[in-house]
Design a protein around this ligand. Structure first.
Ligand SMILES: CC(C)(COP(=O)(O)OP(=O)(O)OC[C@H]1O[C@@H](n2cnc3c(N)ncnc32)[C@H](O)[C@@H]1OP(=O)(O)O)[C@@H](O)C(=O)NCCC(=O)NCCS
Ligand SMILES: [Zn+2]
Length: 226
């Protein structure tokens, strides 16, 4: 018996009919996105390449939010080190899910939420991340918590354009957006393309430690200690 760990995040026993069938479903969700008919009940903000952009927020019916939350699980499967971050419940941080829809299939999403602690960061050579200020800026603002595009639809500029729609809806310029850290490799490329110089990162001390490669010069007491 051979156990295969697929890129979609599913480990299964090859040749076992039950496992093979479950893998086909999970792999299809990873590759072309899950079918979530409830999404059609949510408002449309616009379209990108003919795909509708819907928004799901605290005003969406609970049952709709709960069903759509499945997309966060689909994203989570292929990046298990990163929490799903959205389960459909209404939270205090005003989560909004911007979803890209092909017919009834969700092919991508941007998750935004409110946060209060923003670390000023900068890209330096080789994709390293530098911490610019020792202390986080404390204010209320929006962050991007997660971006996901189904594998078949990646590298067509969809994430970038979905971020533009989301940031306009949040009333911010795309380069002013803050980002939940740490990043995956493709997430890093996306953030770098959108914010090539400085940007704000959100996350706890450990997440910031995992992200930065260059600390600010010694000075005032640091909140980030290695
Ligand atoms: C990250 C992700 C959402 C990007 O989606 P996408 O639709 O393919 O991104 P876009 O086509 O809009 O690309 C935006 C920019 O990022 C770059 N980019 C995207 N994926 C990349 C990759 N894997 N390697 C290198 N560069 C990449 C593009 O070249 C483009 O740069 P440009 O504007 O300078 O040409 C997608 O790869 C994904 O869903 N990955 C799995 C989930 C994940 O890791 N999410 C991020 C969590 S932090
Ligand atoms: Zn698979």
């Amino acid at each position: 018996m051979t156990t295969d760990a697929c890129i979609c995040g599913f480990s299964y026993v090859r040749g076992l009919a039950e496992d093979e069938a479950l893998h086909r479903k999970i792999h299809s969700e990873y590759f072309i996105g899950p079918s979530v008919p409830s999404v059609l009940k949510t408002p449309v903000l616009g379209e990108i390449d003919g795909y509708a952009v819907h928004v799901v927020d605290g005003r969406s019916p609970f049952d709709t939010r709960r069903k759509i939350a499945h997309v966060a699980m689909v994203a989570h499967r292929s990046m298990s080190a990163y929490p799903a971050g959205y389960d459909g419940t209404v939270t205090e941080d005003n989560q909004r899910l911007y979803v890209l829809v092909e017919r009834r299939r969700v092919i991508g999403f941007v998750l935004s939420a409110r946060d209060t602690r923003f670390w000023r960061l900068r890209w330096s050579e080789g994709g390293l991340v530098e911490l610019l200020d020792r202390n986080a800026s404390i204010h209320v603002g929006h962050k991007i918590g997660r971006v996901w595009i189904a594998a078949k639809f990646q590298r067509r500029g969809l994430a970038k354009r979905l971020l533009l729609v989301a940031s306009a809806h949040l009333g911010m310029g795309i380069s002013e957006m803050a980002w939940e850290v740490p990043f995956t490799a493709s997430g890093s490329a996306l953030v770098r393309s959108v914010s090539p110089s400085t940007f704000f990162g959100c996350g706890d001390i450990q997440a910031v430690r995992d992200t930065i490669s260059i600390e600010p010069p010694p000075g005032a007491a640091s909140q980030v200690r290695r």
